[in-house]
Design a protein around this ligand. Sequence first.
Ligand SMILES: [Zn+2]
Length: 136
Amino acid sequence: MKAAKMNYFRELLVIQMITLQHAVGKTISGMRTDTGKCADSLDMAAVEFDRQLELSMRGRERGIIQEIREALQRIDRGLFGVCDRCGEVISEKRLLARPTSRLCRDCQQRQENAQRSINPWIPEESASSSHTGVGY
Ligand SMILES: [Zn+2]
């Protein structure tokens, strides 16, 4: 991938990270102002429910922030846009839709199929001599 494109993706990822961090910060400050307002126990239950909801949302956002951090590290190492599993180049279209993608479309599909499968038995030959060290 050309340096200019790398920089483009880096900026894209940084912007996404800042936006998410901002959202997480907002959630936390929102939680602080909400508590203490209601004395009623029914309201307290509602507040607790909202809090749980927000906390799980925050967990998801944190997960995404972590993914973005890893993508930025891959940019630094020159590994960005390369499939973790097969070493093929991940299409730009796919990267634009999801810059944190670590797998090419085929490998992603294969992984999803394997996860969906009730009996995830995979034939020996496709357990491959993967140079990434990711195998079954
Ligand atoms: Zn792949």
